[in-house]
Design a protein around this ligand. Structure first.
Ligand SMILES: Cc1ncc(COP(=O)(O)O)c(C=O)c1O
Length: 376
């Protein structure tokens, strides 16, 4: 089976992790690796400060906690995303409000976002879905006009740029994931980047159970969201490789584009105006003209030993969120259609041109057979 993703980890990472363990960087925030990784990744992301944490989910939850909002305040989140984005609000006793997706980019629709703002809205979490950068100048302008904080969910967009600036550097904070399938990985792990020194300080305090002096006496309810030193050591090595990994991701996407663009009824990732898409995963949407459902196409690919994954179940359809007191129903037809008809293809940076060609030719062959009805 060709997997949807394989991590790109070499001997250098293994040696760096072993060295960190030998130096005693096992747990806690001791040692050189965590600050080095924080500085390297923040610098790469055009930010002054980095706060390494245990996952992308923890990064989002901690970033929201640092805003110190009141219970039942609302946070706008891109509808088509990993549940972690909405849970960042949920676990802070805030209400996530899903924002309808755009048909072309699959990111949140900036034309309707202001219709969802109420007097209780306090923040926006745009998600740079699959590595496609959101038009952050518009998000920041809307946020400024409505006095909202901005937390970018960059779990899938390391190194993506908009108008020459990296995602994560536009909002008050940017949250990254270093899970195994992300653009760079530390196994599990995450980071919040920011240009605001006070926020960086607060995030560091909250990450580590809000320890102050005297030790063991606490003014604030913190979290244990610490990353280990040996994970950070792996992150430093991955950081040195990130531009090569992104170049390979772009190569994979361009090769798919070349083979798939003439297939009727298969929507491919939209190109970015004035920015860089990093193609975390190469997503496609099966349209009615394709003549076969997404599920059928996925089945046929599985039979040919090609693994794929569906797009995310949108936040307006999540039972866990519908049961939350204060839940507000918002229809997200485009995100629902993406959930029904979208899926992503194997997208590892290590995929050879021959393998991509084999996958693409399989899709071309299936497209030439087909035909049943497609979910609207
Ligand atoms: C958009 C998005 N946000 C948040 C997360 C959560 O990151 P993690 O798995 O590191 O907790 C993920 C991915 O896993 C994601 O894709």
């Amino acid at each position: 089976m060709i997997p949807v993703f394989e991590a790109d980890i070499g001997e250098e990472e293994i040696l760096a992790v072993a060295d960190a363990i030998r130096r005693g960087e096992i747990s806690g925030s001791f040692g050189e690796s965590i600050p080095r990784f924080e500085n390297a990744f923040a610098d790469y992301s055009d930010c002054k400060f980095g706060v390494a944490v245990s996952s992308g989910t923890a990064a989002l939850q901690l970033a929201v906690a640092a805003l110190e909002l009141k219970s039942d305040d609302e946070i706008l989140v891109g509808a088509s995303t990993n549940i972690a984005t909405a849970l960042a609000a949920y676990h802070n006793n805030l209400i996530p409000i899903p924002v309808v997706s755009e048909r072309r980019t699959w990111n949140l629709d900036l034309d309707i976002i202001e219709d969802l703002i109420t007097p209780r809205t306090r923040a926006i979490i745009p998600v740079h879905l699959f590595g496609h950068p959101v038009a952050m100048d518009r998000v920041c302008e809307i946020a400024r006009r409505n006095n909202l904080s901005v937390i970018e969910d960059c779990a899938e967009s390391h190194g993506a740029t908009y108008h020459g600036r990296k995602t994560g550097s536009f909002g008050d904070m940017g949250c990254f994931s270093f899970y195994a399938n992300k653009i760079i990985t530390t196994g599990e792990g995450g980071m919040i980047v920011t240009n605001k020194p006070k926020l960086a300080e607060k995030l560091k305090l909250l990450r580590n159970l809000a320890f102050t002096t005297p030790r063991f006496r606490h003014e604030l309810a913190g979290y244990n969201f610490r990353m280990t030193g040996y994970q950070a050591a792996m992150g430093i090595v991955q950081c040195q490789k990130i531009e090569n990994i992104i170049a390979e991701k772009i190569r994979v996407a361009k090769t798919y584009d070349r083979f798939l663009r003439s297939i009727r009824g298969l929507q491919l990732p939209a190109p970015v105006n004035r920015g860089r898409h990093v193609y975390w995963m190469y997503g496609v949407v099966v349209q009615p003209e394709f003549g076969m459902t997404r599920d059928e196409l996925q089945d046929r690919l599985r039979q040919a030993d090609i693994d794929t994954r569906t797009f995310f179940c949108p936040m307006n359809l999540q039972p866990v969120l519908q049961k939350q007191p204060g839940y507000r129903q918002v229809d997200c037809p485009v995100a629902e259609s993406l959930w029904n008809n979208g899926f992503y293809l194997p997208s590892s940076a290590t995929l050879s041109e021959e393998t991509i060609q084999r996958i693409a030719e399989e899709i071309v062959r299936i497209a030439a057979t087909k035909k049943t009805k497609v979910t609207a």
